[in-house]
Ligand binder design. Structure first.
Ligand SMILES: Cc1cc2nc3c(=O)[nH]c(=O)nc-3n(C[C@H](O)[C@H](O)[C@H](O)COP(=O)(O)OP(=O)(O)OC[C@H]3O[C@@H](n4cnc5c(N)ncnc54)[C@H](O)[C@@H]3O)c2cc1C
Length: 350
């Protein structure tokens, strides 16, 4: 276990800690309180915050340097955001000022691009030391897409307070989240949806030439853990994640897949085990309720507590599904994971 610590002088560390708790509650981040001590559980590790004598003591713990860097960055950004008008000095133990980029960052080049369906393209990338992205537990990456035409991109790197130091605006890569469909030591495949309002992500999939450099960091995000019955639900952006999870299920697995997608997208290859039924639901169109909501409400559930529900879809739909699972199905937090993959009318904030 790797550990890094910082002691941050603040005018009112108790108030900053209270704001942090509110923020985590709103964003559904798992955390516990033990007296004044707050323990935050993020996928990559744990953060412990404690106001002591006019200071906020912070400690992060993770299995590897990449996890540590991510925790330092998230916690430092939050402390600075909530310090309102102050400029707190945060200096982490173990910070290496010479590191050129994050330890979980890799550079790769576009090798090829093929159409899988009318709205989905598979891009294959090559690079060195990409094996970490084949992890069965973590499905996603942060993809760094440099401004078009920039031959030698610059990448973000960690600053002394843990936050990311970005290149200047005109050299700054856009960051988008994508699922690694397949990875090997020197190759990564990502399936891009060509949606109707393409931002840097979909635009890259449409126009990038073989040889183009981009970056990726991670992996992040949990897959559905083993269960006697598994429900996987999502729109077309979740297809790569669902395809990967279906491949990882054992042959005797039982479950259900609900997919909101056009008929033409059915060509996207899925390999469900025999006991897992796949249902495609026609998209309702902008403004109408997603068919995922009604399908999930109407679904007959097996009579077992050993089940898991995973969903990836539009942000507001994800919120409705999460509410249904918790309030009506009374599903514990460790029995479901519902992720907002994109937000209607809103570009991804990177
Ligand atoms: C963990 C995670 C994994 C993901 N994996 C994948 C993946 O494997 N493949 C994939 O294609 N996407 C995936 N996504 C979704 C993808 O990150 C978003 O669709 C993202 O917005 C695309 O970036 P962009 O630059 O094209 O558009 P942005 O600049 O982010 O947004 C521009 C506009 O497009 C709209 N928009 C974005 N996505 C869609 C959409 N799907 N349909 C309609 N309108 C949209 C936005 O509302 C906005 O108005 C994933 C998201 C997350 C969080």
């Amino acid at each position: 276990m790797l550990i890094s610590e910082a002691t941050v002088a603040l005018a009112d560390p108790e108030r900053v800690a209270a704001d942090l708790i509110d923020h985590m509650t709103t964003h559904d981040v798992a955390h516990d309180r033990h007296g004044a001590r707050i323990i935050v559980h993020l996928g990559v590790g744990t953060g412990i915050l404690e106001p002591v004598n006019g200071r906020l003591r912070v400690r992060v713990e993770a299995e590897d340097e990449g996890g540590l860097e991510m925790l330092r960055s998230v916690i430092a950004s939050n402390i600075i955001d909530f310090a309102e008008g102050e400029t707190p000095a945060i200096v982490w133990s173990g910070y290496d000022p010479t590191s050129a980029t994050f330890s979980n960052f890799r550079e790769m080049r576009l090798l090829s691009s093929v159409a899988l369906t009318p709205r989905m393209r598979r891009l294959t990338f090559t690079g060195r030391d990409l094996g970490r992205f084949a992890s069965a537990d973590d499905l996603h990456v942060r993809l760094y897409l440099p401004p078009p035409g920039l031959e030698r991109p610059e990448w973000p790197r960690p600053g002394p307070d843990g936050r990311t130091l970005w290149p200047e605006a005109e050299r700054r890569p856009a960051v988008r989240y994508y699922t690694v469909r397949r990875a090997a030591a020197e190759q990564v495949e990502i399936d891009f949806v060509l949606h109707d309002a393409p931002g840097p992500g979909a635009q890259f999939a449409l126009t990038a030439e073989p040889g183009t450099l981009c970056g990726l960091a991670g992996p992040l995000g949990r897959a559905a853990p083993p269960a006697a019955w598994t429900l996987l639900a999502g729109d077309e952006t979740a297809l790569p994640a669902i395809a990967r999870m279906l491949e990882a299920l054992p042959a005797e697995a039982r479950g259900e897949v609900l997919l909101e997608m056009d008929e033409a997208e059915a060509a996207y290859p899925l390999s469900p085990p025999e006991g897992v039924r796949v249902r495609r639901l026609r998209p309702a169109g902008t403004g109408a309720a997603s068919p995922l909501v009604a399908a999930l409400r109407d679904l007959d559930w097996p009579d077992t507590p050993d089940l898991f529900v995973w969903a990836g879809c539009e942000f507001a739909v994800a919120r409705t599904l999460r509410r249904h699972l918790r309030a009506e199905r009374r599903l514990d937090r460790d029995r479901h994971l519902v992720v907002g993959y994109w937000e209607r009318g809103q570009a991804t904030r990177s």
